[in-house]
Design a protein around this ligand. Sequence first.
Ligand code: NAD
Length: 286
Amino acid sequence: MQYVTLNNGVKMPQLGFGVYQIEKDECERCVLDAIETGYRHIDTAQAYNNEEEVGSAVIKSGIPRSEFFITSKIFVNNYGYEKAKKAIEISLERLKTDYIDLMLIHQPFGDYYGAWKAFEEMYEQGRLKAIGVSNFYPDRLVDLCCYSKIPPMVNQIETHPFNQQVEAQKWTEKYNVQIEAWAPFGQGRGEMFSNPAIAEIGKKYNKTVAQTILRWQLQRGIVVIPKSTHQERMKENFDVFDFELSAEDMAKMASLDKKQGFSQPPHNTPEAVEKFFRLSEARKNS
Ligand code: NAD
């Protein structure tokens, strides 16, 4: 495994396993398969409704907790200082652990500054080993970097060949924040897995489109958390450390950028604010 070092010195495995849209009744089995494959970094969230299953799988694996890197995220309905503190306690309970390796603010809406205060406090108590954000456009990220006591260590954003986040990466580098790619395959949209240009690059190294995409992101210094419910694909996605894309192939990958994510509406629009307000209202009591 390759690691990146966050701005607080914490080492984070550069490849992890994402569990978004994995149903409760399948999640424990999937995480156990991922652990058997070799993954030790698992990415979940309060909004995925599967933190409990992630925690059970980690315990059932019999592997010491210290070998894992577990990320969770707090959702908008739990923002504000007091609510966030309670919500983090609930995540700790669901994950059956006394610390979380990385806790993220899931969306940049509502009282996320209040939530960040709770993050800072629990970070100082050692219950969160690293803290960060997700879906923050560069302006929101820089704002938090400038006005917080403890600046974020990670920004998890939609990053894949069609939405490469080159501009965002300039800002994360300036403020020493680690980029983490959600949907490293764009969830397979835009016919990602049958893209002829990526397939041609992969062929040279005897690698699949999925492996080529992950390798390209690793070489850009990005953390990746691909999701699959099939162990064969988990293995394929894990097998990306024995080859290196040439500078020429990195440039070919760079040329595929459309600078547009699939996530609609984009997080810097009023429509996105309204969408997440509605979602937050719907989750008021969870
Ligand atoms: P992804 O880009 O990882 O794509 C997942 C899909 O790709 C799977 O459903 C599977 O059908 C397919 N796939 C996976 N490996 C494959 C392979 N080797 N060959 C062919 N098909 C393959 O999408 P994702 O799950 O949305 O993103 C990954 C993780 O990022 C999530 O599970 C979650 O942990 C995180 N995430 C975070 C946010 C956020 O707002 N912070 C949003 C979405 C996802």
